[in-house]
Design a protein around this ligand. Sequence first.
Ligand SMILES: [Zn+2]
Length: 188
Amino acid sequence: MNAPVHSLRTLILNADMQPLSYAPLSVCSWQQALVSVFQDRVIQVKAYDDVYIHSASRDYEVPAVIALKKYRQRKHVAFTRYNVFLRDKFQCQYCGKRLPAKDLTFDHVVPRCKGGRSEWTNIVSCCGPDNLRKGSKTPAQAGLKLLRKPYAPTGYQLDRAAQGLPGSENELHQTWMDFLYWDAELRE
Ligand SMILES: [Zn+2]
């Protein structure tokens, strides 16, 4: 056993064996997962190898992957800072530079002082310099051009964006890979 038991988490799949969501990835603590399995609300798809919880009467497997019994429709996508960055693939929508979240900010395409609202279709990810350049002007007035017209993404579109981001695989447990990428074996 590599990781300490308390740090193990459980991947949650929808009834179609796809993750319930990629952005953020649907996971829960293994304790929550174990309770759901006992209550017969979910199916245990996979357990962690060689990890057992000991109680007085018996040993329990630790669920690595569970699946909902009933298919759950994707919810409305929350309008959050993270989801806006994700939709824009962490790229400034004016110069196209890809930046870590801490170096990105938001731009109201139609400035607030001109009645622009804070909503999916008027907010884009933006680098500091372009944000400064744009100020309270419209893109045309500031001599800037949008890479892409901002839109309200579907859950599916955000999932695709999350899958395309580099580096996120490091936090994924190997046990989950079969459920996240159809070509997991090819990539090893
Ligand atoms: Zn920029």
